[in-house]
Design a protein around this ligand. Structure first.
Ligand code: ATP
Length: 259
């Protein structure tokens, strides 16, 4: 691993059954990087994230976080990570406040520290008034805000985000993007997986495109532009993943409806 790497992934392979879904991922990630981790459906993004979080341990290859081999039995590395899961599972019978204190405890925070930080952040996200209500009564965006608050509450060094903008209104998206750039400027590492190409293009300082379990592009947006004639990340994504049939597919779907 390079001396400075926060996350070091060497020849990562993973299969759930016969076929490998990750086929040898190599990645060195430095502090302060905002990694946009993108790829077609089924490419292996969530599988990579689950490996980094220690949720999958039957992988091949080596993964180190802050120099610690994550398979060495010590789960200390998890305290340095904050995670916003895609379509997050959340304990809906708890109130927002209870959930914040529960997650704070898991990360080893004192109750009053978690409560104070949580309430303040909830205020900035305009959900402070509802913290006493059960999460089951929250709207989609309110739940997402709570997931973001609890992912950040322990001030983690690494923030892993799987479609974090799900359900957020445009104002909250602005706040969230600003938070990410400030955290990265403070040396935190952000691992951001999303299908929203315009957001990834804007916020990432390094974009990694995976397809069928392999990295097919890795660089800044400017560097990726040199690999393709297309000017947008969406166009580059389509070209590098060999997808050119959107018009024909849309036409066939409409024809199916008309017959
Ligand atoms: P998406 O953009 O659709 O979320 P992804 O890039 O996150 O996709 P993964 O969820 O990592 O992709 O899935 C990669 C491959 O592994 C897919 O072929 C998927 O069917 C398979 N897979 C994922 N989880 C499991 C599982 N628990 N059991 C069996 N196969 C799985």
């Amino acid at each position: 691993m390079s001396n400075n790497s926060v996350i070091s992934i060497s020849d990562l392979k993973m299969k759930y059954s016969e076929e490998y879904v990750l086929k040898g991922i190599d990645l060195q990630i430095e502090p302060g990087q905002i990694i946009g981790y993108i790829g077609p459906n089924g490419a292996g993004k969530t599988t990579t994230i689950k490996v980094l979080l220690g949720m999958i341990d039957n992988f091949e290859g080596k993964v180190e976080i802050f120099g610690q081999d994550i398979t060495n039995g010590d789960i200390e590395f998890k305290k340095k990570i904050g995670y916003v899961p895609e379509g997050g599972e959340i304990y809906e019978t708890l109130t927002g406040q209870e959930y914040i204190e529960f997650i704070g405890k898991i990360y080893g925070l004192e109750d009053d520290v978690a409560a104070t930080r949580g309430r303040k952040m909830a205020g900035f996200f305009s959900i402070e008034e509802t913290l006493g209500d059960r999460i089951s009564s929250y709207s989609k965006g309110m739940k997402q805000k709570l997931l973001i608050i609890t992912a950040l509450i322990h001030n983690p060094q690494i923030i892993i985000l799987d479609e974090p903008l799900n359900g957020l209104d445009a104002n909250s998206v602005l706040v969230f993007k600003e938070i990410l750039s400030k955290l990265a400027a403070a040396g935190k590492t952000i691992f951001y997986s999303s299908h929203l190409m315009d957001v990834v293009e804007k916020i990432s300082n390094r974009i990694i495109l995976i397809s069928e379990g392999q990295i097919i592009a890795d660089g800044t947006f400017e560097e990726l532009k040199t690999l393709s004639e297309k000017g947008s990340l969406e166009g580059i994504f389509n070209e590098l993943t060999g997808f050119h049939e959107h018009e024909q597919i849309a036409k066939k779907i409409i024809e199916t409806l008309e017959n």
